[in-house]
Structure formats: structure tokens, C-alpha cells
Design a protein around this ligand. Structure first.
Ligand code: NAD
Length: 488
């Protein structure tokens, strides 16, 4: 095959896999994957009776499906997962569009990327390798067993992606799942649950292995947490739902909030850092928990960094404009050094909407509003979930690391550093102690989007599982055969 043809095959395969250009080469933003401006509706569910009027009936149906699955071969799980991946790839555009329309948050084209990322890279059955020891005492094997029925609470910010990755990991481990969506994203989340159910049934699996509460509320989430037929909870959301799950008395995998900081020091590739920070902080309009949320720039490179950011889709506003915008985007008047309450009206909106609020007309190609602020500005301490990125100057990397430790509130979620200085990188990794630490890349490289490794949008920092995978949803069981089966 001639070289150009080989390259075009590689490009096609990479693009189908959701591959991005590798980090480390500064350049303009790559063109987005082409998406239909108005895709048709997602597939009509064929076995769409897996939405239940109350928690009791949903848990009963999931429990039956779980029992049925116990009698089926493990290889069937591989088939089910393959079908789920294919269904989600086929419906990525319509589901992303439905999520964007229903929630009014984020960017449609970014949501397509999120769904494809999870459909392609959420970890499956291959994660569950049996461990074994053999010796004079015999043979011992360790296997991963399901918990049973998992109650999974879903956020509004990734309503399709989280159902996708949780279904893949939880079903891979042999569990059934009852989903409770966010009330403001229930249509797209529940549609995803229906299509995942279709995929499972078409692969030969039991119906209702994944199912959902048709009209989810905080009350139904609470009922799921307290239900005796639920063996494990998984919550993905803010601090309120994490606290509720932890105090439920059940074992819970908790994926809580993040305020991911970035430190850029004088040794960094500034052009690349500027580009990467804009990409990460503006991804789906900053509503993803891993998105960069505040920048600590060493003073000697701060101006160059701001220029690099503005060359890649950011628009800087001045102190007067920041003060005006702060009055709109916070519903309270947070004190210096404290976080504020963000105004829901602006959460997940495009940068152009924020700029319009202060009288600046801009197009939707503007990805991010850049605001240089003092170190104790409430913006530095808040999970803004909108495309305004505060940047503050620090004397050196050590001051940046110290400051960002405070700004992250001890969530230990995600942090990023742009530096070529090994001691700085090591110090930051140790001090931040986060589930995800990205060096010289975009925060989403840590989700396997460009960076290596698998993906999940349930990143459990409070309970320690980190980026969840089938083992996070498995009970570890040991079986011992004494004095036999050693063959050497
Ligand atoms: P949210 O906390 O408002 O809602 C999340 C889910 O929890 C919803 O289904 C909601 O109905 C439910 N819920 C909220 N309070 C509850 C309570 N007291 N009892 C029972 N259920 C409750 O969050 P959101 O706005 O949908 O999502 C954004 C938040 O989630 C951000 O803080 C973000 O950082 C976080 N998040 C974290 C991860 C992660 O992997 N760590 C992933 C996505 C989102």
C-alpha cells in the first residue's frame, strides 16, 4: 500500500478510536470531529420497559436480572460490553445533542467526544484477571465477584457519559445497576439507560440488568441509598450527594467535586502550556470535574503564558470587567480566600455569554475568558463550572504548589503542572496527592483522552478508588485448594 493510503487508514482508525494529537507539540487547536448540526433522535428503545415508577420496583427488577446473570457464562459479559460500546458509538451524536438541549450546559461537539471516549475506553471484562499462587501448600486463586445490585446516582454535567462508563464497568464485574439520574437531565440519562438495556438484551443478557427510576428526584436518590436490596452505592456529583452516601451506612464509591489547579513554572514550554490550559479549561465549558479551574503562573512567565492562551481561543478581561462579571456569576459576595456560590444561569454557558454580560460581543469560537486576579480571589477557590479561568501570579513553583494546595480544598481530585523541572513535578505530585496528576498535558489526558490509559467519568477521590474500573465494583474472593495442583 502506498504511504498516503497507509496514513489515511491510520487517521481513520485513530479518529474512530477517539485519538487526539499527542500532547507535547504546541500548535493551533485541531479541528473538531465533524458532527451533524442537528442529528436525528437517538435510536428508539426496543426493550424500553426498564424505567420504573419507583425505587422498589426498579431494585426488584435489577435483583432478578442479577440472579439470571449468575447462571450465564462470563463470556456473555464480553458480548454485552461489545454491544454497549457499539450502541453508544452509534448514538453518540444524538445523545450528546439531547443532553446539550436538555441541560443547556456545555458544548454539543465536546459532549460527542465525551460519549465516544467512554464508549471506547471505559474498562471492561479484561480488567478482571484472576490472581493465583501455587506452592508446597497447594493452589490459591483470587477472583473478582460482583456485589449484586448497585445504586448509581448520576450528575447533570455528564449525564450520558457517566451512565455509559458506569454500565460498562459495573456490568463487566457482573453486577446489576439501578440508575437515579439528575432531575434536570433525566430524559437523556434515562434514554441512555434504555439503549444500554437494549444492547444487553440483544447480546443475550437479561433485561433490566441496567434500569432506572423513571422520575428521579433527590428523594428517590435517598430511597435508593437506604434500600435493603442495594448492595453498593456509587455516587457521582457534588459534596451534598457524597455526604449523603457516606452517611447512608452502606458501602459507597464516592466521586466528588474537584477544583483542579494548574501550576506553570519558568521551565515549561509556554506555548504548549497556554494551548493545553485553554483546551482543558474550556472542554464542555468547564463543567467536567477534571477541567482546569485555576492557574498559578510563575511571575516571570505569566505574561507570555497569557499571550499563549489568548492565541488559542481565550479572551482576557481587565480588573473592572472582572469585578462586573463577578457580580453576575456569583449569587453571593464571597469573602477573599473563600469559595462562592455560582449563579446557575451561567453554569456551562459559552464564553460569549459571559462576555455579553459585561458588554463584549464575541462569537462562539471564543473558548475561554481569562481573568488575572489576586491570590485570594474567590474565583481561585470556587468550582466555577463555566468558561472563566482565574490566573494568579506566584513568586516561584514552590509558592504556586503551596497556594494551590489550599485552593483545591483537600478534594485530592486532579492537578496539572507544566514544568520541565523534575523536583518541581515530584513535589507537586506529592503535595497535591490527587487521583489524577497530569504533567505537561491537558487535564483530560488524565482521562485517557490523548493520554494513555482507560477512562471513567466516575473518579472516586473521597473513597480512594480513583478512576473507577470493574475492580472498583468487585468483591475480592479467595479460593484455596490445600496441598494439590502444583504441577512442578
Ligand atoms: P449534584 O451534586 O447537584 O447532583 C449529582 C446527583 O446527586 C444528582 O443526581 C442529584 O439529584 C443527586 N443529589 C444531590 N444532592 C443529593 C442529596 N443530598 N441526596 C441524594 N442525592 C443527591 O451535582 P451536578 O451539578 O449534577 O454535577 C456537578 C458536580 O459533580 C460537580 O461538583 C462536579 O465536580 C461533580 N462531579 C464529579 C465527578 C467525579 O468523577 N468526581 C464527575 C462528575 C461530576
Amino acid at each position: 500500500m502506498e504511504e498516503s493510503k497507509i496514513q489515511s487508514v491510520i487517521d481513520r482508525v485513530m479518529s474512530e478510536l477517539g485519538h487526539r494529537e499527542p500532547a507535547g507539540r504546541a500548535g493551533p487547536l485541531p479541528p473538531r470531529r465533524p458532527v451533524a448540526e442537528r442529528p436525528g433522535p437517538s435510536a428508539t428503545p426496543k426493550h424500553g420497559d426498564n424505567l420504573f415508577p419507583d425505587v422498589d420496583s426498579a431494585v426488584a427488577a435489577a435483583r432478578k436480572a442479577y440472579r439470571d446473570l449468575q447462571g450465564l457464562p462470563v463470556s456473555l459479559r464480553e458480548q454485552m460490553i461489545a454491544h454497549i460500546r457499539r450502541t453508544m458509538r452509534e448514538n453518540a451524536q444524538p445523545l450528546a445533542h439531547e443532553a446539550w438541549q436538555e441541560t443547556g450546559m456545555g458544548r454539543y461537539e465536546d459532549k460527542v467526544e465525551k460519549v465516544l471516549l467512554n464508549a471506547n475506553k471505559a474498562p471492561g471484562v479484561e480488567f478482571l484477571d484472576t490472581g493465583a499462587w501455587s506452592g508446597d501448600g497447594g493452589l490459591t486463586v483470587v477472583e473478582f465477584a460482583p456485589y449484586g445490585v448497585i445504586g448509581s446516582i448520576i450528575p447533570s454535567t455528564n449525564p450520558v457519559s457517566t451512565v455509559t462508563c458506569n454500565s460498562i464497568s459495573m456490568v463487566s464485574a457482573g453486577n446489576a445497576v439501578v440508575f437515579n439520574a439528575h432531575p434536570g437531565a433525566k430524559a437523556c440519562s434515562n434514554r441512555t439507560v434504555q439503549l444500554v438495556n437494549d444492547a444487553i438484551v440483544e447480546a443475550g443478557g437479561p433485561p433490566n440488568l441496567v434500569c432506572a427510576v423513571a422520575e428521579p428526584t433527590i428523594d428517590t436518590a435517598g430511597a435508593l441509598m437506604g434500600h435493603k436490596g442495594v448492595n453498593l452505592l456509587t455516587v457521582t456529583g457534588g459534596i451534598g450527594v457524597v455526604r449523603a452516601a457516606i452517611s447512608s451506612g452502606k458501602r459507597a464509591v464516592c466521586a466528588g467535586p474537584g477544583i483542579p489547579p494548574v501550576v506553570v513554572d519558568e521551565t515549561a514550554d509556554i506555548a504548549q502550556a497556554g494551548r493545553d490550559i485553554v483546551r482543558g479549561a474550556s472542554f464542555d465549558n468547564n463543567i467536567i470535574c477534571t477541567d482546569e479551574k485555576e492557574v498559578f503562573a510563575v511571575a516571570s512567565i505569566a505574561d507570555d503564558l497569557k499571550r499563549a492562551m489568548c492565541a488559542n481561543g481565550a479572551v482576557e478581561i481587565d480588573a473592572r470587567q472582572i469585578a462586573a462579571l463577578r457580580r453576575s456569576i456569583f449569587t453571593d459576595r464571597p469573602e477573599a480566600g473563600r469559595h462562592g456560590t455560582m449563579n446557575k444561569k451561567f453554569i456551562g454557558k459559552n464564553a460569549a455569554v459571559l462576555l455579553k454580560e459585561i458588554g463584549i460581543e464575541a462569537g462562539d469560537e471564543v473558548r475561554l475568558v481569562l481573568a488575572e486576579v489576586e491570590q485570594d480571589d474567590p474565583l481561585i477557590f470556587s468550582e466555577q463550572m463555566m468558561p472563566i479561568l482565574p490566573l494568579t501570579r506566584v513568586r516561584d513553583a514552590y509558592e504556586g504548589i503551596e497556594r494551590e494546595k489550599a485552593a483545591e480544598h483537600g478534594f485530592r481530585h486532579t492537578a496539572t503542572m507544566h514544568s520541565k523541572h523534575l523536583d518541581h513535578l515530584r513535589r507537586m505530585a506529592r503535595v497535591m496527592d490527587c487521583s489524577i496528576f497530569v504533567k505537561n498535558g491537558v487535564s483530560y489526558d488524565g482521562l485517557g483522552y490523548g493520554g494513555e490509559g482507560f477512562c471513567s467519568f466516575t473518579i472516586a477521590s473521597p473513597t480512594g478508588e480513583g478512576i473507577t474500573n470493574p475492580i472498583s465494583f468487585s468483591r475480592i474472593r479467595r479460593c484455596v485448594l490445600k496441598d494439590s495442583f502444583r504441577i512442578v
